[in-house]
Design a binder for this molecule. Structure first.
Ligand code: NI
Length: 168
């Protein structure tokens, strides 16, 4: 994560916001190009379908939105409690939910995230958070990690999704 420290905090967050806004426009367009089969069939035995992966991104958004808001009032370091991804995806029944419904949720949650992170003050961005591994990171790192996690899964949904540049 060393590259983050070479950039200003504002620059990192406005870059995340810019990329999220871009994805909010491109993802609905790209999803329309996939057939229903592409969306609902498991990618391989026992793996999530593309629809379920989009659902998992909604769950990631719900959980992270909470963290991005809590960091403003909870004592440091903010404890990052991991969530059981399989239980979240199965409880929400994404696999049997119409794509439009899951997409609307994804768009809506990410618009909330853009609104929240756009106005976080610098001192909040440098607040510390304790991951479940015990590692201490800043809220800024967590916000950037949210975007990297999303891009990783969008690569699984869209075979031609651009690979991220390597991060050292
Ligand atoms: Ni994931």
């Amino acid at each position: 994560m060393s590259w983050i420290w070479q950039k200003g905090v504002r620059e990192v967050i406005s870059n995340v916001v810019e990329q999220l806004e871009e994805l909010l426009k491109s993802v609905p367009r790209q999803l329309r190009e996939l057939s229903n089969e592409d969306l609902v069939n498991p990618r391989s035995t026992g793996k999530w379908s593309r629809l379920q992966i989009l659902g998992h991104l909604c769950d990631s958004a719900v959980n992270n939105l909470g963290r991005f808001i809590q960091a403003q009032y909870q004592p440091e370091p903010l404890a990052i409690v991991s969530y059981n991804q399989e239980v979240w995806v199965s409880s929400q029944h994404y696999g049997e939910t119409p794509i439009d419904e899951v997409l609307t949720l994804w768009l809506s949650l990410n618009r909330s995230i853009v609104r929240v992170i756009s106005s976080l003050p610098g001192d909040v961005l440098s607040q510390t958070c304790k991951l479940s591994s015990g590692d201490i990171v800043t809220l800024e790192w967590l916000i950037d990690d949210y975007l990297q996690h999303m891009k990783h899964h969008l690569q699984q949904i869209f075979p031609d999704f651009p690979r991220s540049e390597p991060i050292d």
